[in-house]
Ligand binder design. Structure first.
Ligand code: NIG
Ligand code: FE
Length: 415
C-alpha cells in the first residue's frame, strides 16, 4: 500500500506520544493539533504534526494525499464491552415493556437472556457469523475500530463454544482489533435453575478446558448480580478462568449493590462494567485499584435506569472507560457516537473526558493501548474523519446526527 498524506485537518484529536490510563483531572486533558496532517504507511500512523511543519519538512511527503478540508480526525472508538453475537433482536419484549410488563412477567414468558439463548441454540455457526460480521461492519462505519465481544447467549457447552468460535472467526476475518470474552456465567439456564453447582461444574470442567485448548477467549466475565451469580459464585468461576490465563472483566452493580465491584477489584479484574448502582464503599475501592470502571450509558438509557455516577467516579480518581454494551436485550445499538453524547448529556462528562474514555481508556480496557486509542506514531491507522465542525464539543452536542464522514481501518478507507 503506498503511503498516504491526510492534509488540512482542522483539528487532529487525541495526539499522544505515550500511553497512560487516564484518571481524575487527566481525563479532561485531550491533546489536539489545529491545522494538522497525518501520514499513514502500511496501515500504521507514521507521522503527524501541523501543516506548517509539513511545509517546512525535509522528509519525503507521500504523493498520495487526501484533503480533510478542515474536518476533524479522531482515533476510532474503542468499544470494550459488547454482546454482538446474537441470533435475533428482541423488540417484542421491548413493546411488552412499553405496555407495562414487568421484568418478572417477561422472564416468565421465557424472555430475557434465556430467550436469546433459545434462539441462538437453534441458529447455525455460519448464520451467527454472517449476522455478527454485518454488525461489525455497521459499527465500524460509525467509527468503531476495536471491539470486545462476549459469549453468554449459549449457556450450554455446545452453544457457548459455538459463540466463541464465531468470535474467533470474526478475529480472523475482520480488520478490526477484537478481544473475546467468555461469559458462560451470564445467567443460569432453565435446567440448572435449582442446581447452581451443576452449571458451575459445567463451566469449569466442560467449557473452560476446551476454550483454553482452542484459544477461544482472552477474558472471563460473570454477571455478578442478585438473581444471577452471587459474589461467591463469581469468585469460584473467575478463579477457575484465571487457571487458564483468562483475566476477569465483570458485569458489576448494574441492578443492585451486588458486591461485584469489590469482588472484581479483589480478583484483579481488568474492568468492572455497568456501575449504575454505586455506594461510597464501591467507589472508594475502585478508585484505589488498577481496575477500570466501564460505563455503558446506552443500557441505562434503554432500560430507563439511573446512570452511573460518572462525576463522582472521576472526582474520586477512578479510571473510567465508555462502551456500548451492544446487545439485543438492554442496548440494541452499537453507536459509540451516541454513547459519547449520552455520557455528556446524562452523566455530565465533559466532551474531552468522554472522548478519552471512549478511545484511550477503552483501549486500556481491552489491553490494546499499544495498538489503538490515540493518534500516535506506530499505532494502527484507525481514523474517523468528520466534516468541518464548529468545535470539538459539537460532537456530543449534536446528538443523534452522524458526525462520521469517512472511516479508515488499518490504513484502508471502509466507506
Ligand atoms: O450487559 N447485564 C447483563 N447482560 C446484558 C444484557 C442481557 C440481555 O438482556 O440480553 C447487559 O446489559
Ligand atoms: Fe453487558
Amino acid at each position: 500500500m503506498p503511503s498516504l498524506l491526510i492534509k488540512n485537518i482542522g483539528n487532529l484529536v487525541n495526539t499522544r506520544s505515550s500511553n497512560e490510563l487516564l484518571r481524575g483531572d487527566k481525563l479532561a486533558v485531550l491533546p489536539c493539533i489545529n491545522n494538522a496532517y497525518v501520514i499513514v504507511e502500511d496501515g500504521m500512523i507514521v507521522g503527524y504534526g501541523t501543516m506548517e511543519e509539513l511545509n517546512h519538512s525535509k522528509n519525503v511527503i507521500p504523493e498520495n494525499s487526501f484533503d480533510a478540508k478542515g474536518g476533524m480526525v479522531l482515533p476510532c472508538w474503542c468499544d470494550s464491552h459488547t454482546h454482538i453475537v446474537f441470533a435475533a433482536s428482541r423488540e417484542e419484549e421491548f413493546v411488552d415493556k412499553l405496555k407495562g410488563a414487568s421484568y418478572a412477567e417477561i422472564a416468565a414468558k421465557g424472555g430475557g437472556i434465556l430467550n436469546s439463548a433459545r434462539k441462538l441454540a437453534a441458529t447455525s455457526e455460519e448464520v451467527l457469523f454472517q449476522q455478527a460480521l454485518k454488525r461489525l461492519d455497521e459499527v465500524s462505519r460509525l467509527g468503531t475500530g476495536a471491539i470486545e465481544i462476549k459469549s453468554g447467549y449459549g449457556l450450554s457447552v455446545e452453544s457457548e463454544l459455538k459463540m466463541l468460535r464465531v468470535i474467533k472467526r470474526l478475529k480472523q476475518q475482520s480488520n478490526l482489533s477484537i478481544k473475546a470474552t467468555f461469559l458462560g456465567a451470564h445467567t443460569y439456564p432453565e435446567i440448572y435453575k435449582e442446581n447452581h453447582q451443576g452449571y458451575i461444574d459445567l463451566i469449569i470442567n466442560e467449557m473452560l478446558p476446551v476454550i483454553a485448548a482452542e484459544k477461544l477467549a482472552d477474558y472471563i466475565d460473570v454477571f455478578c448480580e442478585q438473581g444471577f451469580f452471587s459474589q461467591e459464585e463469581t469468585t469460584v468461576i473467575v478463579e477457575a478462568g484465571k487457571q487458564y490465563g483468562l483475566k476477569p472483566k465483570i458485569h458489576a452493580n448494574q441492578l443492585h449493590l451486588s458486591g461485584g465491584v469489590q469482588e472484581g477489584v479483589a480478583l484483579g479484574a481488568l474492568s468492572v462494567d455497568h456501575l449504575e448502582t454505586m455506594d461510597q464503599a464501591a467507589i472508594s475501592t475502585l478508585a484505589t485499584s488498577d481496575t477500570i470502571g466501564t460505563l455503558l450509558p446506552g443500557a441505562a438509557f434503554f432500560l430507563r435506569m439511573n446512570y452511573p455516577p460518572a462525576r463522582n467516579l472521576i472526582g474520586e480518581g477512578c479510571a473510567v472507560a465508555l462502551a456500548s454494551d451492544y446487545n439485543p436485550g438492554s442496548c440494541p445499538s452499537g453507536n459509540m457516537n451516541l454513547v459519547v453524547s449520552l455520557a455528556c448529556i446524562q452523566m455530565k462528562m465533559l466532551p474531552e473526558e468522554a472522548i478519552n474514555a471512549a478511545t484511550i481508556n477503552g483501549a486500556f480496557a481491552m489491553e490494546l493501548q499499544k495498538e489503538v486509542g490515540s493518534i500516535s506514531i506506530g499505532k494502527i491507522a484507525n481514523l474517523i474523519i468528520t466534516p468541518q465542525l464548529p468545535s470539538l464539543a459539537y460532537l456530543p452536542y449534536a446528538f443523534g446526527t452522524n458526525p462520521v464522514e469517512k472511516v479508515m481501518i488499518r490504513g484502508e478507507w471502509i466507506n
